[in-house]
Unconditional design. Structure first.
Lengths: 416, 426
């Protein structure tokens, strides 16, 4: 049970406090309700580039990191397709330093040309390092384009192409900031050796004076239901054939989400999972295999990423996989197997909650989804999933016409 | 009116109390030492069995790593699947890892399930059978992975640098080849297992919220095994560092980035200079405001990240600088790296910069100690290196006492550009 208090400042900033007096540390976490899905199709990668710029100095503070380090703290940030999150961890005694820093950059960024110029280059190198200069690095670029036709999940957070990042202008930067980085679109979570009353005072002092901004109302194109299986072939200079498949699944708060999460575990979670046992160990068709889903706020994807044993044809691998999926859909899952994946989920939740930074960011995430207290009822929702739920969610997800398949062919690359 | 230019007052993290919670120790009847740390509020426990079964001890390439990997892939009475299912049914994780000096088997679970899981540990430590079929699958899949990794400039660069530092036949420098995968035999695994696991030297580290009867549980599962608490007799391996200092490799003609690696041999954690070297390393490239990061990423934008770090193995150490940079700016980046090293040799760091890094390091230590596994991980390092129980307090004291003069001396001693191997792999 994660306890927290919740209040709102007059400018609309939502504040949550999670007291934990077993640690000398505190975490200040600021989550902004903006991700790559909120970008324009011709200006992708912007939310993430912007995350870099948030470290380039603010109106009154030229350097974000140094004062925090001086206070014994460290920080980081990440951008997803749904949200952007910043966190500082520091000795609780010095917590006001984090309020000073985070509020100043919410108030007004420095918007220096130097920072924009350098961070564009840095992000381009990040793009190259993680997605271009690496075998199979373009898989999710291709898969997103295949799976989504209208929803902005069709591009990655790093961006659709390098040129979008290279062309980002200072006007874009300012407009983005004043649209999304306002108190009305942010959630502040403070966790650790702190008192709610103390945080009320600090939050009002540092964040209270920031103009509220306009609440951002998201209206994204809805991805139409997929009606025919999609397939794409890629030829590249890689050593092994790979196969990636993805199916549309329920959004984070939809009822089918929990069953889909458990299906992910049943199929690919750990060395006793069905696909690992059948396809890697017994049939020796796949050399590596991973099943995961995106847990995204809008309708997401359940995905299989695999590499094939040398000499195995893609069609053979796909048939073997589909046979396993058919097995999942033709029988209710045995009770011990369902119990196993629920037990795994329970311990995953407990292990995740060991870290103060995780607790803070989870509270922020659930609050962004609608209500932080969802965090305390998650396990019940997993426990409530029945074998019939698994069966019906499975039947809904693994429809042939809901599938997207990429065959990655080892050998010579084609220049498309 | 709030003055936002005025930072709030802070207390120096360097002045705050920093305490590493102590461990408790007892010995099983076979002589195996058990170290425990009771901490945290979640009802979890981690049991790590540490064996002196690392690469240092193997007679054939891949012997140590393959034995470690296949420990849980079949026993006399259970298949790999049955073992994994038993562990996963209780929502537990059973990891194994093989490193330069040691290898481990680690169990993480909710403490309510520990009694069901400890027997799995003793089973894999006495009855592992290393089935031929499991070995064949492992070899095939690892070989494919190796072929993929060899396409990556960072992977190729890392392994070459270890060869330059230690020599291709040294356990710290030896790298995996296709031939080694073809050559590894089941008999080699069985003999390594018998010697270094079944009759091996073992240390048990338990942390988390501990069950009251932990000692009895461990005694009944592990106390009767033919393990020992005595470390294996010293084995020596000669160092054969490369003669040539500067290397350029083109691994991928189409590559758009180069992996830059620079490294030199350095003292290990047991050396009195070590803590000072760590402070100096932070300033050079060990945190976000480091000299290298400020110059090469935040000023020039040559890279997404550049880092320096010190590896301290039980027998040797090394000091590394590592980055991936745009292919066309690699040489420019190297010039800047040398500039930063020379600057630290020529000019004393300001007391402001030193204060900053000191606070960052000690504040970070406080954060790092937040949790039972993190506390144990520190003790593990100290215990493995046979350092005194006061090592933590002494390190904190020497970080507090570090001076710009001392850092400059250390820079002149260790950051001489001519002592570093230099490599770019595109």
């Amino acid at each position: 049970m994660i306890h927290f208090d919740r209040f709102m400042l007059d400018n609309g900033l939502r504040v949550l406090v999670h007291e934990d007096h077993d640690t000398p540390m505190a975490v200040v976490n600021v989550m902004y309700d903006v991700g790559a899905r909120d970008e324009q199709p011709e200006k992708t990668g912007f939310a993430h580039l912007f995350e870099h710029l948030m470290f380039g100095g603010s109106k009154n503070i030229p350097d974000f990191d140094e004062p925090l380090q001086r206070a014994g703290g460290e920080n980081n940030a990440y951008t997803t397709n749904d949200l952007t999150n910043y966190y500082c961890q520091l000795p609780a005694e010095n917590i006001e330093t984090a309020f000073w820093l985070e509020s100043d950059r919410m108030m007004e960024l420095a918007f220096t040309k130097k920072s924009l110029n350098v961070q564009r280059k840095v992000v381009c190198e990040e793009f190259k390092e993680h997605y271009l200069n690496k075998p199979y690095g373009d898989i999710w670029h291709r898969m997103r384009t295949l799976c989504y036709q209208v929803h902005p999940y069709r591009w990655m957070t790093i961006g659709q192409e390098l040129s979008h990042v290279e062309k980002a202008s200072m006007e874009d930067v300012r407009a983005f900031f004043y649209k999304h980085y306002r108190p009305a679109n942010a959630i502040l979570v403070v966790a650790g050796a702190v008192k709610t009353e103390q945080i009320k005072v600090l939050a009002n002092k540092w964040f209270g004076g920031i103009p509220s901004g306009e609440k951002y109302i998201r209206s994204l194109p809805v991805e139409p239901r997929q009606t025919a299986a999609r397939h794409v072939d890629v030829y590249a200079d890689v050593p092994a054939n790979a196969m990636i498949m993805a199916w549309h699944m329920d959004a984070r708060l939809e009822p089918g989400y929990y069953a889909a999460d458990l299906i992910t575990e049943i199929l690919g979670g750990g060395s006793s999972s069905r696909l690992y046992q059948a396809l890697v160990k017994e049939q020796k068709i796949f050399s590596a295999l991973e099943v995961h889903h995106f847990g995204s706020s809008d309708k997401g994807l359940l995905a299989l990423e695999s590499r094939l044993v040398d000499g195995v044809e893609h069609a053979v691998a796909q048939a073997a996989l589909e046979a396993e999926l058919d097995r999942l859909l033709s029988d209710t899952i045995p009770a011990p197997e369902l119990e196993k994946v629920k037990n795994k989920t329970e311990s995953m939740i407990v292990f995740e909650d060991m870290s103060l930074t995780n607790r803070a960011s989870s509270l922020a995430h659930y609050e962004l989804l609608g209500d932080a207290s969802l965090m305390n009822t998650e396990l019940e929702r997993y426990r409530a999933v029945t074998s019939e739920d698994i069966l019906s969610a499975g039947k809904n997800i693994f429809r042939k016409e809901n599938s997207n398949t990429l065959y990655y062919h080892a050998g010579k690359s084609t220049h498309a | 009116m709030l003055n936002r230019k005025q930072p709030p007052p802070i207390r120096n993290a360097a002045d705050m109390e920093l305490r590493l919670p102590p461990y408790h120790q007892f010995t099983l009847r076979n002589g195996v030492p058990v170290y425990t740390v009771e901490a945290g509020s979640q009802e979890v426990v981690q049991v790590e069995l540490l064996f002196f079964a690392g690469l240092w001890h193997e007679d054939h390439p891949l012997q140590a790593a393959t034995t470690n990997f296949l420990l849980k892939n079949g026993t006399r009475t259970k298949t790999a699947f049955q073992l994994n299912e038993q562990v996963e049914y209780y929502g537990a994780y059973l990891h194994r890892g093989c490193f330069n000096d040691v290898a481990n088997v680690t169990l993480h679970c909710l403490n309510k399930h520990l009694t069901h899981l400890l027997p799995v540990l003793s089973e894999i430590l006495t009855e592992a059978v290393f089935p031929e079929d499991e070995l064949a699958i492992y070899k095939n899949n690892q070989l494919q992975r190796l072929h993929i990794n060899l396409k990556k400039c960072d992977f190729v660069a890392n392994r070459l640098m270890d060869v330059y530092l230690f020599g291709a036949d040294h356990p710290y420098g030896r790298y995996t080849t296709e031939a080694a995968y073809q050559a590894i035999q089941r008999e080699q695994l069985v003999s390594f297992y018998e010697r270094y696991y079944v009759h091996g030297s073992c240390m048990v580290l338990v942390s988390g919220r501990l069950p009251a009867d932990l000692q009895q549980q461990l005694e009944s599962c592990l106390g009767h095994l033919s393990l020992t608490g005595v470390r294996p007799a010293g084995m020596n391996h000669g160092l054969f560092p490369a003669q040539q200092r500067i290397h350029r490799i083109v691994n991928d003609e189409q590559g758009i980035q180069g992996a830059i690696r620079m490294a030199r041999p350095s003292p290990t954690r047991k050396h009195p200079d070590f803590v000072g070297m760590q402070v100096l390393n932070h300033i050079l490239g060990g945190y976000f405001s480091s000299r290298l990061m400020s110059n090469i990423r935040e000023d020039k934008g040559y890279t997404y990240g550049i880092h320096s770090y010190i590896h301290s193995h039980l027998h040797e150490g090394s000091w590394h600088i590592s980055t991936e940079a745009g292919r066309e700016v690699c040489e420019a980046a190297i010039i800047e790296i040398y500039k930063e090293m020379s600057l630290l040799c020529k000019e004393q760091v300001s007391s402001e910069e030193l204060d900053n890094v000191r606070n960052y390091m000690l504040g970070g230590l406080m954060g790092d100690l937040d949790g039972p596994f993190q506390i144990m991980s520190r003790w593990k390092t100290y215990l493995l290196n046979e350092l005194s129980d006061h090592y933590f307090d002494e390190s904190v004291a020497s970080i507090r006492a570090m001076t710009p003069q001392r850092l400059q001396e250390l820079a002149n001693q260790y950051l001489d550009p001519a002592a570093f191997f230099e490599l770019v792999v595109v």
